[in-house]
Design a protein around this ligand. Structure first.
Ligand SMILES: *Cc1c(COP(=O)(O)O)cnc(C)c1O
Length: 393
């Protein structure tokens, strides 16, 4: 076993395309002086992503969070049932967390990145948390129906760690109760279920192209959808709600992706399959070394899913060392795993007193036991072995 690493090993490292390729792509931007506002690279990136994801509808955004927040807005979930007078926009949107009298409800998971719930709350909607299952930490679809009330508008499940939700069951429930389904697919770029691309589930799927994700455009995101009517609305909302030269129909904001981001995305897309292949080999090594060890649990993998190997979460449940001890042991060697996702969203300070974290006991327990190990294309296989040696020591 080697000693402490000189340079830290982080949980992830951004994939970088060959520098010359990116520099080459900058020239047309200089020639055209067109830096943002749906330029040529933006349009080309959108076209290629539709192909890669196998979806007919897609809009690009400056980041994944904005894509999610604006997707929720585009589905008009905040709209109250028709009443006498028209509602002022601030009555619909500007609610402080907790001020949810009359607000529409959205069923979601507390076991995710903060963005998922914040996107709901920032739309003036009330999040209603349901627990995750113990096998792959996605929402426990079998129980969702118990939470549905006459105020429920949508379900926002997360394909957490790239583990695909029970999409069929969720759609069935949504159809029965006329609810929208918006997937936080930030972890699931390029994945498929039985050959069907993940972008084809629900009403909208949000992808994040943040620098730390499997595929990135520095910052960036997309919303994929099937209803062609959503294309214009998403486009307009991300462009300040402008619908024509002299008309502004929505309270939009600025969610546009610029040309430098799109150029990075186009470069990275060329290497993506190779990067995922490298991740796969490393993930398989982790699994070889850690599966079957008493007290260590790995996510259940399904044969019908094409994975992207975005993350390597490991649950320490009755192992001789607990999660925090393993975390500290790795840190002593300058290896920095992350406690994704701890704490659960329903125990954040900004939501204090509004939710009962005990109401989602599986999420609470997994959050205290899970550690996400370093995984990125250029991580040496020997480092994976070293991390496993340290865990098993
Ligand atoms: C990264 C991430 C987001 C936000 O995406 P950004 O591109 O960073 O804005 C949302 N949800 C989940 C689950 C994420 O991991």
């Amino acid at each position: 076993m080697t000693g402490r690493h000189e340079t830290p090993i982080l949980v992830t490292r951004s994939s970088m395309p060959p520098l010359e390729e990116y520099v080459e792509m900058l020239k047309p931007i200089w020639d055209s002086c067109w830096l943002t506002n749906m330029g040529e690279y933006h349009e080309e990136f959108k076209r290629q992503l539709k192909g890669y994801l196998g979806t007919s509808g897609l809009e690009l955004f400056v980041n994944g969070h904005t894509a999610l927040e604006m997707s929720i807005q585009a589905l008009n979930l905040t709209e109250e049932p028709p009443s006498d007078g028209a509602q002022a926009p601030w009555e619909r949107v500007a609610r402080t967390p907790g001020d949810w009298k009359e607000a529409g409800e959205v069923i979601t998971t507390p076991f995710s990145f903060s963005s998922t719930t914040h996107a709901i709350v920032r739309n003036g909607l009330k999040p209603v948390f349901w627990d995750i299952n113990d096998r792959d930490y996605t929402m426990d679809a079998g129980q969702i129906e118990a939470l549905i009330t006459e105020r429920t508008r949508a379900i926002v499940p997360v394909h957490v760690y790239g583990n695909l939700c029970d999409v069929e069951r969720i759609q069935e429930i949504a159809d029965r109760h006329h609810l929208k389904v918006i997937y936080d697919a930030a972890h699931a770029f390029g994945e498929a279920l039985g050959g069907t691309g993940v972008a084809n589930f629900g009403d909208i799927s949000m992808f994040s192209f943040h620098a730390t994700k499997v595929f990135h455009s520095i910052e960036g995101g997309a919303a994929a959808f099937r209803d062609p009517g959503l294309a214009d609305r998403l486009y307009q909302i991300k462009n300040f709600g402008i619908t024509g030269y002299e008309s502004v129909e929505y309270v939009g904001a600025n969610g546009k992706m610029n040309e430098f981001q799109a150029a990075m995305g186009l470069c990275n897309l060329r290497y993506l399959d190779r990067e995922i292949g490298k991740r796969r080999r490393l993930a398989e090594r982790y699994r070889e070394r850690l599966s079957g060890v008493s007290g260590i649990r790995l996510c259940e993998q399904r044969n019908d899913v094409t994975y992207n190997y975005a993350y390597m979460p490991v649950v320490f449940d009755g192992f001789r060392a607990d999660r925090d001890q393993i975390f500290a042991r790795l840190a002593e060697h300058n290896i920095h795993a992350r406690k994704y996702f701890y704490p659960c969203i329903n125990s954040y300070e900004c939501y204090r007193g509004l939710f009962d974290p005990e109401a989602t006991p599986v999420a609470r327990r997994i959050a205290s036991q899970v550690l996400t190990l370093p995984l990125y294309a250029e991580l040496p296989l020997e480092t994976v072995d070293e991390i496993c040696d340290l865990i098993l020591a």
